[in-house]
Design a protein around this ligand. Structure first.
Ligand code: HEC
Length: 172
């Protein structure tokens, strides 16, 4: 009693259809056509959405930008001595990054100063010169919201202190 070829083919077709249907049903779940609320522990952790302000600095951490960014520790001393090298470097960096607004001699009369609404500060004047080194360093790092760009990504920490030393030399 050997089964004929057509019967065997028919059985294969039935098995194929059954498997295809099972597979199809599985895909409905795999592609979220029918959604199952799996328990996901990644969903329960504190997360940070795109475009939000950075998380606050954890207590006891040391900022990579140096002690000027540790809250409430007071002004750290400028770690870079204002020698000739530092001031010369500061001058060069100032002309690249700041002079367009603050002017070559720091008087706030750079080439684009006439065209911007918020006038750049006169860095030689009493107002700026009476600021601490730390205050000038943080201004360079964070900018002034809406008025002056933050330059911490353009200038290394050491370079910023060099610029502070250069600004001090403008007073004399
Ligand atoms: C796009 C123009 C622009 C550039 C570039 C710029 N500044 Fe300014 N800066 C300003 C403006 C505008 C102000 C005035 C902000 C205000 O009115 O409070 C200012 C203010 C300042 C102040 C005074 C801050 C205060 O608390 O009074 C300092 C110091 C300063 N800038 C330093 C720099 C240095 C150093 C650089 C380069 C590393 C630089 N700025 C680059 C536009 C600029």
């Amino acid at each position: 009693m050997s089964t004929s070829l057509s019967v065997i083919l028919k059985r294969f077709a039935i098995i194929f259809i059954v498997v295809a249907i099972l597979f199809g049903v599985l895909e409905l779940f795999a592609y979220d056509v029918i959604k199952i609320q799996w328990v996901s522990f990644m969903g329960i952790q504190p997360s940070h959405r795109q475009m939000r302000d950075p998380l606050p600095v954890p207590a006891q951490s040391i900022p990579i930008e140096g002690p000027a960014f540790i809250p409430n520790i007071g002004a750290p001393d400028n770690p870079v001595p204002a020698d000739q090298t530092s001031v010369a470097r500061g001058a060069e960096l100032f002309h690249i990054n700041c002079a367009i607004c603050h002017g070559d001699d720091g008087k706030g009369n750079g080439p684009i100063a006439a065209f911007i609404v918020n006038k750049p500060a006169d860095l030689t004047g009493f107002l700026v010169q009476s600021l601490s080194d730390r205050a000038i360093f943080t201004t360079i790092s964070n900018g002034v919201p809406g008025k002056m760009p933050a330059l911490n990504e353009n200038l290394l920490v050491r370079e910023r202190w060099d610029i502070v030393n250069y600004i001090r030399s403008l007073q004399k």
